[in-house]
Design a protein around this ligand. Structure first.
Ligand code: GLU
Length: 431
């Protein structure tokens, strides 16, 4: 690939002083690459995305104006299979963020041993301020722009922050129209059940986060009953994790979203909080289930378990020394900067890394894709059993590796992932 010098700044692979998500991803990758013994070429290949697609999407707005939205689809690697990863709709979406998210999908799919590479999409927009019609036109425009990028054997999108089954339905409809009306449900996962979605997909990520927390507790010889947890973020991942944690006897004393948080020492009633959110424009603003706290305060509460399930870069070199939880499970992608890792490690805090902790979603996406291709559909308990076994196996692999090499769970997860991806890369051969 030849590029002019000026074009390189944004995909410069060096980890730079400011820890943006891509730099955080790279510095962990470089450590693993060194230990696994990657050649300089292999390091070079995997430190960059394999493809970046950018499209500017003109969309007719309800008021008659036309707005142009910037959108991306980044494929980081296809060494282990087709690109796989969600599509994010958020105002702060930018290319380096999507590049990081795509690479994390590569490592995530490799850690849990599903036959996918890594990809991610994003559109810089404010979905909560757009009408359903505007969102549909935007999603269809994006699908048309990416129609040669997506494909059931090429690149398979899914929901992420700001998107859900509704957007996936528009994608499968538009994509199928573009392919002479052949119905192609396997091009996207996280679809509504009626259009070939999988039972258990909506709850899959939160269920997986809970499963790995329970496994970690078991390994540490701790029982869940009576432990306390704080959950940052109350979207699909945060709210469902909070629900499952409380069902397992863990007292969720704090939750939050963009608008701030709530603390209640005797435990938040999660089903009430979910109901409140659903009836109040999707936010917890004004929820009376406890005293108001900030997101920053939530992170440093005196709890046993902390689940960052919101955005990237929440646990940083600035606040890592104040964290009181002894177990962190990363529901979000990239909530901890690479600079915070050594601080948490030195303090003996166990971190179940994002690429393992939140893999429950993509695992059930994989089973959705398998069901679409076989035309045979599983019951909810069949899906759950398969997904639970897959994430438990991955947890055991990572835990065993960490113990054997005396490294953190994050380092062990990266070692396993990089090893698996590079083995496949070598088998593909040189071209
Ligand atoms: N967006 C989710 C993630 O970050 C799910 C991706 C998928 O199912 O492909 O893992």
């Amino acid at each position: 690939m030849s590029r002019k010098k000026d074009d390189t700044a944004v995909i410069e692979p060096k980890a730079n002083a400011h820890m943006d998500p891509y730099s955080s991803m790279l510095s962990r990758f470089y450590v693993a690459a060194e230990r696994v013994g990657l050649s300089p070429d292999e390091r070079e290949i995997l430190s960059r995305p394999s493809e970046i697609h950018i499209a500017y999407l003109p969309v007719a707005m309800d008021d008659g104006s036309v707005r142009v939205f910037e959108s991306y689809r980044v494929i980081h690697s296809r060494a282990l299979g087709p690109g796989k990863g969600g599509i994010r709709y958020a105002p702060e979406v930018n290319m380096r963020e999507v590049m990081a998210l795509a690479a994390w999908m590569t490592w995530k799919c490799a850690v849990v041993n599903i036959p996918y590479g890594g990809a991610k999409g994003g559109i810089t927009c404010e979905p909560k301020k757009m009408s359903v019609g505007e969102l549909e036109r935007l999603t269809r425009a994006y699908t048309r722009a990416m129609s040669e990028v997506f494909g059931p054997d090429k690149d398979i999108p899914a929901p992420d922050m700001g998107t859900s089954a509704r957007e996936m339905a528009w994608i499968v409809d538009e994509y199928s129209r573009l392919h002479r009306g052949n119905y192609i449900p396997a091009v996207v996962t996280g679809k509504p059940l009626e259009l070939g979605g999988s039972k258990g997909r909506v709850e899959a990520t939160g269920r997986g986060v809970t499963t790995v927390i329970l496994q970690a507790l078991q390994r540490m010889g701790r029982r869940p009953d009576g432990l306390t947890a704080a959950v940052q973020g109350f979207g699909n991942v945060g709210s469902i994790t909070a629900k499952f944690l409380s069902q397992n006897g863990i007292r969720v004393v704090a939750i939050s979203d963009k608008t701030g948080g709530v603390y209640n020492e005797s435990g938040i009633l999660i089903h009430q909080a979910i109901q409140y959110r659903d009836n109040h424009g999707g936010t917890l603003e004004g929820f009376k289930g406890g005293e108001r706290i900030t997101n920053e305060q939530l992170l440093t509460l005196d709890v046993d378990i902390l689940v960052p399930a919101a955005l990237e870069d929440q646990i940083t070199a600035r606040n890592a020394s104040q964290i009181k939880a002894w177990l962190i499970a990363e529901g979000a992608n990239g909530p901890t900067t690479a600079e915070a890792d050594p601080i948490l490690n030195e303090r003996g805090i166990t971190v179940i890394p994002d690429i393992l902790a939140n893999a429950g979603g993509v695992i059930v996406s994989y089973y959705e894709w398998v069901q679409n291709r076989r035309g045979h559909y599983y019951t909810e308990s069949e899906v759950q059993e398969r997904a639970d076994n897959t994430i438990k196996q991955a947890f055991d692999d990572v835990f065993t590796r960490a113990a054997a090499h005396k490294v953190s769970l994050r380092e062990a997860a990266y070692l396993l992932a990089v090893e698996r991806v590079v083995r496949a890369l070598r088998m593909h051969g040189k071209y």
